[in-house]
Ligand binder design. Structure first.
Ligand SMILES: [Zn+2]
Ligand SMILES: [Zn+2]
Length: 1018
């Protein structure tokens, strides 16, 4: 029933064969069919942005998702397997802009929004196709044809419904506030997009004089690193509690004077000193009062407790249109807000000679103008952390703008409470989420872009804000059937006007689209049919998703079955992104978390610990990794990674993994070889005959591994599964198989049945992680027709742990013995006379096994006293205590006249010495090797005699003969005739032994120096 494994293990070939087999057999469909009536396991896939092909980063998460879905499937769970694509937003737009060579919003509008939307959709289609292809190659089983696309009209409508709810609760508002702004993308950046987007950047560091209007000849000196903000200056802030001094006509904080005047601060003299509080209200001439906006402002000194005395001059330039905190001060002090630059970061026309210049371009002319007018006290540069756009890497500016926000005030505590119910792996990520929730600011949901979910807001001149909650409502309110509306998307939707709910006037939609995290956050509702009265077959594929997916729009009952998700998994940064937006929307709509358990994982870096970047040349495409190491090896690397640490990914660790998989391959190959030789037929189920100690032990050991693996999966820690597997594989191949070789040779069916059971059981246990090689080997062992994934999960019951512990001790003793040979340069084929073992209860039945393994004639249990100890006085300590008596003590110690006491103390004569008073050396007695580990000690007698030397030569000869047999291409069962070289005639004393080990039918001694063999005709 068995066929030998094909040649060598080649992962790429094997994996492509398995992909064909799965495709041909419909294995995945069979598995889903099998589990249909089983308990539900609800997993929701976080949508992957469809703007790229599969990278090794994405492959990590995809592997983990696949592992747990496969594990649950093997345990009989019914699952949805819905894959998701993120299809809207700046990521997609920026890619298309690059493709088309467009570099501003103006150029996109000139190109045409309808055509631009087409291009975005085409990018999504192409990328979705590539991502599916890569994921299939990775071994991921998903219901690809029914993936969800966030650009679907269904998804958009569900977000509208959510927004309508926030409106009803009074959480939705339009805010005029300073936000980080990308001038290239022409849109604001919200707080959750900003984390981690800081770079080191060099900027000007300027000390600028603002001449005081009521104190002739005096100026205040402010500090700034953003020259472009000076034309928008309206005030200067001082710390009310700090002291400020006048020197050379300039006011600065006394504590900052040294830096401001470029001298050592100590000993500086001032013409006058006042407190910040006393400066409040001083009026000054603005730095750009020659320009229209500044000219209309009364510039004055304000007080602000937060003004830092750690940098600058201790006087802060305030431009409320260019900074969050500045904007905050404008509320406190009722200051005018000058917004100097437009969406593209260019100065508005009223800024005269600066008009049209960008913030970066304006820096030079601004500084020059200050210098010409004598207002520049000092100019230098500074390196500091500065935020950049996470999509296009343009440095961000601050800009005051009117954006749409959802207030978090009322939802914050319910979200925290919901998060406390979530089980996070690793645990600290739950705390990270709580930190994020504690600090989260109102959700800025609007983006001034094109290819996104259109915000359904229709503000009316009468003051009423109309919010549309569904397509049907839009049709009713617009008085049109919307038949011609091809997508709920710009530019088409912008043409639909509705009547104001309050006054009936026709109103238009705001031009903004939504934050992409709304798109992904609504998924637990939109894909599961929340509040949908009746299922619509293939109904999810609406709008831009039409033709891309056959996914159904389920009904509310279905949603109740599958919500909340039992488990989700993404990388740690999703705490402030997808995990957050889902939690926000779910708590708003249902009051509970949309997920029960989360597996988060840290970042992926390159093998040296650097971030992977296209520009560093260290990016690895999944395709290259598939070619070079294969999907199983990649999945092993991903799954061996503790999720709380960054994964350093590279090709090198793949070699080590391949070596381990080769051990598995060789073990199966070994079994098959002997099973064929002896016509062995295994019992259909794993059976454990247990005729010998080793059989019973490996059965127990397999049970232990099954328990460890199952626990690892249940805790969502695949690293534990693989650690247990490695240890098991070592026990199986390096102990069970190796120790049982003669039994296989003799066709011992108990040994064969035991090994078959071990292999088929352990393959099932690691199949979720290593789907290709396990299914391949499983079919080689259990029949080619049926996949390991249809075999169910092994249940071995409780294992005999005492037996497992005893054999672990045996292996530890053997390992100490081997270590002794290495240390003493005693070759493995040299037999030794005896070994003493101490501290190993339970190993008594296995002494023969240990002796055989270590090639030691006898192993006994006893006290390992084959130890010599030398004790010398520690003169530095003992000298002062004993004085001249030390000489006597030293010679007594030298002569061995001492007794060892517990706790490392010694008695010499009447004297007791403390551990610190002596220096102790322990070593084996001459000719013995002594070692201990974990409470087990051995003493190995290294003395050789003539007989032992002769036996070593016998072993050498057997080894050489078996090498020659292989070279000659003999089959393992072929009998031979053997003749020894003349010099080895004395080995004939062990004739029977040599003949048995080499399958020789005759053994002679030749009259020359050659070792010869030939196949015997029997
Ligand atoms: Zn940008
Ligand atoms: Zn109105």
């Amino acid at each position: 029933m068995f066929r030998p494994l094909d040649g060598q293990l080649d992962h790429t070939i094997l994996e492509s064969q398995m992909l064909d087999t799965w495709e041909r057999e419909g294995t995945f469909a069979q598995l889903r069919e099998k589990n249909k009536g089983g308990p539900r396991f609800s997993f929701i896939d976080g949508p992957v942005t469809a703007n790229k092909n599969l990278g090794v980063h994405t492959a990590w998460g995809r592997s983990l998702k696949d592992v747990y879905q496969r594990y649950k499937a093997m345990r009989g769970y019914h699952q949805r397997y819905q894959n998701g694509f993120d299809c809207q937003g700046l990521w997609i737009e920026v890619g298309v802009e690059r493709e088309l060579g467009l570099n501003s919003k103006r150029e996109i509008e000139e190109y045409g929004l309808a055509e631009f939307a087409e291009r975005c959709r085409a990018t999504v289609m192409k990328s979705a196709h590539q991502l599916i292809e890569g994921s299939v190659r990775l071994g991921m089983w998903m219901d690809w044809e029914n993936s969800y696309y966030t650009s679907s009209d269904v998804n958009i409508e569900y977000i509208w419904r959510f927004l309508a709810v926030t409106r009803e609760r009074g959480w939705l508002y339009k805010g005029f506030r300073a936000t980080e702004w990308c001038p290239r993308c022409g849109t604001s950046i919200s707080a959750h997009e900003l984390v981690g987007s800081y770079i080191d950047k060099e900027d000007p560091s300027l000390w600028v004089r603002f001449p005081l209007l009521d104190r002739p000849g005096e100026s205040i000196v402010v500090w700034t690193t953003t020259p472009w903000t000076l034309p928008a200056n309206v005030a200067a802030a001082v710390n009310p509690a700090a002291r400020y001094g006048l020197r050379d006509g300039g006011w600065v904080a006394v504590d900052r004077a040294g830096a401001a005047f470029d001298r050592a601060g100590a000993g500086l003299e001032f013409d006058a000193v006042v407190t910040g509080a006393e400066m409040a209200g001083w009026r000054y001439r603005g730095p750009f009062d020659d320009l229209e906006p500044g000219a209309g402002v009364v510039h004055r000194v304000i007080t602000w407790d937060e003004v830092s005395l750690d940098e600058g001059t201790g006087i802060v330039h305030i431009a409320p249109g260019c900074g969050t905190e500045d904007f905050g001060q404008s509320k406190v002090h009722d200051l005018p807000v000058l917004v100097p630059v437009d969406e593209a970061g260019a100065f508005y026309p009223e800024y005269g000679w600066l008009a049209g210049q960008t913030t970066t371009a304006a820096a030079g002319p601004v500084v020059e103008s200050l210098r010409e007018r004598g207002l520049l006290a000092r100019a230098a540069t500074i390196r500091h952390r500065y935020p950049e756009c996470w999509r296009c890497h343009t440095p961000l500016i601050f800009r005051v703008t009117d954006d749409w926000f959802i207030s978090v005030a009322e939802v914050r505590e319910p979200m925290r409470a919901a998060n406390r119910e979530v089980e996070w792996v690793p645990e600290y990520m739950g705390k990270r989420m709580d930190d994020w929730l504690v600090n989260m600011s109102d959700w800025n949901i609007s983006r001034r872009r094109y290819y996104g979910m259109p915000l359904p807001f229709y503000p009316c001149a009468c003051g009423h804000l109309n919010v549309i909650g569904s397509r049907r409502e839009l049709a009713e309110r617009s008085g049109s059937s919307l038949q011609g509306l091809r997508e709920l998307r710009r530019p088409w939707i912008d043409e639909v006007r509705i009547g104001c709910e309050k006054c009936g006037a026709p109103v238009e939609r705001v031009p903004e689209v939504g934050d992409v995290w709304l798109d992904a956050g609504i998924v637990p509702f939109s894909t599961l049919g929340w509040q949908n009265p009746a299922a619509v077959p293939h109904g999810f594929g609406a709008g831009a998703a039409a033709g891309l997916t056959g996914a159904d729009l389920p009904d509310h009952e279905y949603w109740q079955d599958w919500y909340p998700a039992d488990w989700i998994s993404e990388m740690r940064e999703q705490i402030r992104l997808w995990f957050y937006s889902m939690l926000f929307m779910s708590v708003t709509l249902t009051g509970v978390s949309p997920y029960r358990k989360v597996l988060g994982y840290e970042r992926m870096l390159d093998i040296r610990g650097r971030e992977m970047h296209g520009s560093y040349g260290n990016m690895i495409q999944a395709e290259d990794a598939f070619d070079q190491m294969g999907a199983d090896v990649m999945r092993w690397i991903y799954c061996a990674q503790p999720p709380s640490q960054d994964l350093l990914f590279g090709f090198e660790p793949g070699h080590e993994v391949k070596r381990k998989l080769l051990t598995l391959w060789n073990s199966v190959s070994f079994f098959i070889q002997y099973a064929i030789l002896t016509d062995f037929v295994p019992s259909g189920e794993a059976a454990w005959p247990g005729s010998q100690d080793l059989d019973r032990w490996i059965a127990a050991r397999t049970g232990q591994f099954a328990a460890e693996a199952t626990q690892g999966y249940e805790q969502y820690l695949t690293a534990n599964v693989l650690r247990a597997f490695e240890a098991y594989l070592d026990d199986l191949s390096n102990w069970y198989i190796r120790r049982s070789r003669p039994r296989f040779w003799n066709g011992d069916t108990d040994a064969l049945q035991t090994l078959w059971s071990c292999l088929t059981t352990s393959l099932r246990l690691v199949a979720p992680i290593l789907p290709f090689i396990t299914d391949y080997l499983w079919r080689a062992l259990a029949g080619p027709a049926r996949s390991v994934f249809l075999a169910g999960w092994p249940d071995l019951g409780p294992a005999d742990m005492a037996l497992v512990a005893d054999m672990a001790k045996v292996r530890r003793i053997v390992s100490l013995g081997h270590q002794g040979r290495v240390t003493s340069r005693m070759k493995v084929r040299q037999p030794l006379r005896r070994m003493v073992v101490q501290g190993a209860d339970g190993v008594a039945p296995y002494l023969d096994m240990i002796a055989d393994e270590l090639r030691v004639e006898s192993v006994t249990i006893g006290a390992v006293d084959a130890e010599e100890i030398t004790v010398r006085p520690n003169l530095r300590v003992l000298g002062p205590r004993l004085g001249p008596a030390i000489t006597t003590i030293r010679s007594m110690l030298q002569a061995g006249e001492f007794t060892e006491l517990p706790g490392g103390r010694f008695r010499v004569g009447d004297l007791e010495l403390e551990p610190a008073e002596v220096l102790v050396d322990r070593h084996g007695k001459e000719g013995w090797y002594v070692a201990s580990s974990d409470g087990v000690a051995i003493a190995l007698d290294l003395t050789l005699d003539d007989e032992l030397r002769l036996q070593a030569r016998v072993y050498d000869t057997i080894h050489r003969v078996n090498g020659l047999r292989k070279q000659a291409g003999l089959d393992i069962s072929d009998r031979i005739t053997l003749s020894l070289p003349r010099a080895d005639a004395d080995l004939l004393r062990h004739r029977e032994w040599i003949m048995a080990e080499t399958l020789a039918v005759t053994l002679t001694v030749s009259d020359d120096d050659e070792l010869r063999l030939a196949r015997a005709d029997v």
